[in-house]
Write a protein that binds this ligand. Structure first.
Ligand code: NAD
Length: 579
């Protein structure tokens, strides 16, 4: 049996479903199904692009073919080594070693610039793996959806006096202004509606809006700003929730709304602004002009994109002065605006906080982050069993987990293999995975389950404008922990371990580690699941404890979220922060 990847480009990409193995082990089969799945749900699979503007699953189609063929024949005591999305070779390592080790675009600091990246990528020498594209862990918009949902929930509780579990009451009549309906950005109207918040999402590409509208996630798509504002105002009066897509350029719409004296309740943006060449359409450019400028006059395009981003950010600052809750949602928007405005504007622009520092850090300090599982069977019945398992294991102690699962199972449109993103913490992830492994073993589940997470997690990410902005010990730009994390994951026998560094506009900005591990029902797999998942979250807790976060110190003292995941922390007092 073959893989749809071997028929690409131009194939109909579909991840294999069902209980039949093509590879020699479920560990390799699971990784191959994920490789297929990221193309099934990706943005531009014929070019191997999965999301985040240029985030790719493999460097070239030749490499994709070699990787897929190797996964089909790989035995359990071998390890496939990948360098920047190209297959290097196979090492004889042993049955408890990872099956795939991958490093993507890791470059010495002095050479980690967007220009060098573009040149090397054009010459076929590297690729940008996104966070989860090159490591085949992307599950479509759900991967970011719960993060945005958690974020809106925290804003509701902190800024609008909501009580936990009743966020919708405080959000009734309120709305968020945002933009971008790409791979990740398209999650925004869905997560807003899930928590009871109306949304106006600006998108420049009508095809992206149409695609999202087809899932039922938008109530209205319009090119008219007046029509959009009327619909919002109606929803406010009737205290209903509405999701509106506005086909326009965010660099025009934000300043126009600011000029009218408006102040949305919440303002953010999720265009791919991190990449001034390939991720953000400047004001005044049609999509065709934008695409030709990428090849014909990239420097001018980058300048125009940054000028437009600066106009958008200036409008966001105006909204903030009027009392809107404004934040950057993980796309280097402020960095790009400052390239245009100059460093003198840094004090002003950086009044906009990053979402991690402002809202999610206390969860990361407890190792709670974007864990995910994927039903390799493709079966919705398996998905229901696992959703129920999460509720029964954690629902009592952390009712927010049960609330999330109940919402997610009814409101998230399906994409690819059935998958669930669920923010679990230290001890919870391993407990869940071991319990799922038992359900594979006793035949309750039709086929094995695969566990992974976003790279933006407690131990595994360094990005001083996203995951590690404003760390209490000043370690915002230090990449020790993602590297330690990858070593710990390899040492504890995860199935795939990846180390990614930023590409495109993120060059020089980030380092991250990714992990995937398949629960195939064997007792020895239960041991690897527990060790790897506990090492991953445990290191995250220790990182935050060492950086001075009380929630992390409390997690060490209590043995994680379950009380059954002990950690040894050797530094009881954090060092002084340098700033
Ligand atoms: P994408 O490339 O798939 O989509 C970007 C979208 O923005 C496209 O639909 C594009 O048409 C639209 N767009 C570009 N310029 C525009 C403009 N001027 N006005 C309106 N729309 C415009 O990217 P994605 O996967 O959706 O990711 C978006 C950003 O979010 C990236 O920078 C990515 O790195 C970041 N990201 C953040 C998180 C997080 O945790 N917060 C997670 C993943 C990705």
């Amino acid at each position: 049996m073959s893989s749809s990847i071997l028929d690409g480009p131009g194939a109909s990409y579909r991840a294999q479903r069902g209980p039949v193995l093509r590879a020699r082990t479920w560990r390799a089969e699971g990784l191959l199904r994920m490789f297929e799945n990221v193309l099934e749900v990706g943005e531009n699979p014929d070019e191997l692009i999965v999301y985040a503007s240029l985030g790719k699953a493999a460097r070239t189609w030749d490499e994709a073919h070699t990787i897929a063929a190797t996964l089909l024949s790989l035995s359990e005591d071998q390890t496939l080594v990948l360098a920047s999305g190209a297959a290097v070779g196979v090492l004889e390592t042993g049955a408890s070693a990872p099956l795939v080790l991958s490093a993507v675009n890791n470059t010495v600091g002095r050479w980690a610039s967007p220009q060098r990246f573009y040149e090397r990528a054009a010459a076929g020498q590297t690729m940008w793996g996104g966070l989860t594209a090159g490591a085949w862990q992307y599950i479509g918009r759900q991967g970011v959806l719960q993060g945005t949902y958690e974020l809106f929930g925290t804003i509701a509780r902190r800024s609008f006096d909501a009580t936990a579990g009743r966020e919708a009451d405080a959000l009734a009549g309120r709305w968020v202004l945002t933009s971008g309906m790409g791979g990740m950005g398209s999650s925004q109207p869905i997560s807003a509606a899930m928590i009871g918040l109306s949304s106006l999402t600006v998108e420049v590409d009508p095809a992206k809006a149409a695609r999202l509208a087809d899932t039922g996630a938008l109530d209205l798509v319009t090119t008219e700003i007046e029509e959009a504002l009327e619909a919002l105002s109606r929803a406010r009066q009737e205290r209903t929730v509405v999701a509106i897509g506005l086909i326009a350029n965010a660099a025009d719409v934000y300043p126009a709304l600011a000029a009218r004296g408006m102040g949305p309740d919440i303002v953010t943006d999720q265009t791919a602004a991190h990449d001034a060449r390939y991720g953000y359409v400047p004001s005044g450019y049609s999509l065709t002009q934008w695409r030709s400028a990428q090849a014909e006059d990239p420097e001018r395009l980058e300048r125009d994109a940054r000028a437009s981003i600066a106009a958008q950010v200036t409008a966001m600052l105006t909204f903030a002065e009027r009392g809107s809750v404004v934040f950057e949602n993980g796309n280097n928007l402020r960095v790009q605006a400052l390239e245009h405005l100059g460093e003198d504007a840094a004090g002003e622009v950086n009044r906009i906080p990053g979402f991690m520092e402002a809202y999610l850090r206390p969860l990361f300090a407890r190792g709670i982050g974007p864990f995910r599982w994927v039903c390799l069977s493709g079966s919705d019945a398996d998905q229901r069993v696992l959703d129920d398992l999460a509720i029964s294991l954690f629902g009592q102690r952390r009712p927010e987990v049960a609330r999330w699962i109940e919402l997610a199972r009814t409101q998230i449109p399906a994409q690819g293999l059935p998958a669930r993103s669920c923010w679990l913490g230290h001890g919870e992830r391993s407990a869940f995975a071991v319990a799922a492994n038992d359900l594979v073993a006793d035949g309750t589940l039709e086929a094995p389950v695969l566990f992974s997470r976003d790279h933006l997690d407690s131990a595994s990410m360094t990005h001083p404008r996203i995951g590690t902005e404003g760390m209490r010990d000043g370690s915002d730009g230090v990449t020790d922990f993602p590297l330690l994390d990858a070593m710990a994951l390899a040492a504890t026998g995860a199935d795939l371990v990846a180390i990614h560094s930023g590409g495109g506009g993120y060059a020089g900005w980030m380092q991250s580690a990714g992990v995937t591990i398949v629960a195939d029902g064997r007792p020895e797999t239960a041991v690897r699941l527990r060790r790897s998942l506990d090492a991953d979250t445990g290191l995250g807790v220790l990182r935050h404890a060492s950086a001075g976060y009380d929630e992390a110190a409390a997690s060490v003292a209590s043995g994680g979220e379950t009380g059954a995941a002990p950690l040894t922390w050797l530094r009881a007092s954090p060092p002084e922060a340098p700033h």
